[in-house]
Ligand binder design. Sequence first.
Ligand code: HEM
Ligand SMILES: *[C@@H]1O[C@H](CO)[C@@H](O)[C@H](O)[C@H]1NC(C)=O
Ligand SMILES: *[C@@H]1O[C@H](CO)[C@@H](O)[C@H](O)[C@H]1NC(C)=O
Ligand SMILES: *[C@@H]1O[C@H](CO)[C@@H](O)[C@H](O)[C@H]1NC(C)=O
Length: 319
Amino acid sequence: MALILALLSTTLLLFFFTSSTANALSLNHYDKTCPEVESIVAKTVEKATKKDKTIPATLLRMHFHDCFIRGCDASVLLYSKGNNKAEKDGPANLSLHGFYVIESAKKQIEAVCPGVVSCADVLAFAARDSVVLSGGPTWNVPKGRKDGRISKASETIKLLPSPAFNISQLKQSFSLRGLSTDDIVALLGGHTLGFAHCSSFQNRIRNFNATHDIDPTMHPSFAASLRNVCPINNKNKYAGVKMDPSSTTFDNTHYKLILQGKTLFASDQALLSNPKAKNLVYKFASSKQSFYKAFVNSMIKMSSLNGGQEIRKDCRVVN
Ligand code: HEM
Ligand SMILES: *[C@@H]1O[C@H](CO)[C@@H](O)[C@H](O)[C@H]1NC(C)=O
Ligand SMILES: *[C@@H]1O[C@H](CO)[C@@H](O)[C@H](O)[C@H]1NC(C)=O
Ligand SMILES: *[C@@H]1O[C@H](CO)[C@@H](O)[C@H](O)[C@H]1NC(C)=O
C-alpha cells in the first residue's frame, strides 16, 4: 500500500514537473511587459516588514510550501471555496500568515500592468526580498511561472515534509522534486529565520521513544529550556520559540546550532546522520559566504518548479 502510494505520488509529481517545462522561465520575462514589477514587490515587502518583523520569515516559508505542493503555482494563496478546503486552511497553516502582503503587491501590479504577472512570480520575488531584507544574499529570480487552479488542504499533510523526518525520508521527499542532498542542506538554512510552535518539536522533548524521554541528539540544557516554554498540558497554542537567537537575521547560525544539538526539528538535526550532509553542515557553519552561495543556487532550483496554467487576476481566487 505504502509502495503504491509512493509510486502514485511520484507519477503525479513527475507529471506536474514535466508539464511545467512548458512554462520556460527566463530572467527578462517582464522587461517589456512590466518593468516595474520587482520594485513594487520589494517596496511592499519592505513596508510590511517595518510594521511587522515576522513578515520575511513567513513569506520565505510560504514560497517553500507553494513550491512543494503542485510546483510554485501560488496554490498556497487560494482561499477555500464552497466544499473545497484550500491549502492555507490545512493543518500546516499554523504560522503561515502575511498573505495580505502578496495580495497587496499584486493589486498594485494589476493597476500598472494588468493580466501579465502571475501570483506565483510575486511570491517568488517576495521570498527573495525577504532574505535580502533580513541581511541575506540577493539573486535574480527566474520568472514566467503560471498560477494553478487547484488547492487542497489534504495535500499539505501528504506533500510537505514533516519536522520528524529522518534523512532517508528527507532525501525521498526532495528527490521527487529534483532536489539533491546538497539542496536539502542549503535550503534548511532558511530555518535561520522565524519562529516555531511547540507542536512542531514536542515529540522530541517528552516521551520521545521507548528508551529515551528526550531525543538523545538534543542538547540536555536546550531540551530543558524547551520544556519550560512548552509545559505538559500546554494551553497556549501560540507558545513556541525563535528558530535561532538571531531569528530576524539571515545568517549561518542555524548550522552552528545543529552542530551543538540545539536545533528544534529532528529533520534539521538529521543532517548529521548522513556523511555528505554532515560535511556541508560543517562547511556552512564555518563560512557564511559558502552557505549564501549554495542557498541561492538551491533556491533558484526549488523556485523553478512550476505547474500552473493561468495568470490569476486576484491571488485569492482562480479566474
Ligand atoms: C524538510 C523540510 C522542511 C521542514 C520539515 C520544515 C518544517 C518547518 C516547521 C515545522 C516550521 C515551524 C512551523 C510552526 O511551528 O509554526 C517551519 C518554519 C519555517 N520554515 Fe521550514 N521546513 C522545511 C523546509 C524549509 C525550507 C526549504 C524553507 C525555506 C527555504 C523553510 C523556511 C521556514 C521558515 C522561514 C520558517 C519560519 C516561519 C515563521 O516564522 O513564520 N523551511 N518549518
Ligand atoms: C488554519 O486551519 C484551520 C483548520 O484546519 C482553520 O480553522 C484556521 O482558520 C486556519 N488558519 C488560518 C490562519 O488560515
Ligand atoms: C526513516 O524512517 C522510516 C519510516 O519511519 C524508516 O522506515 C527508516 O528505516 C528510517 N531510516 C533511517 C535511516 O533511520
Ligand atoms: C530511541 O532513539 C534513540 C536515538 O535515535 C535510539 O538510539 C534508540 O534505539 C531508540 N529506542 C527505541 C526503543 O526505538
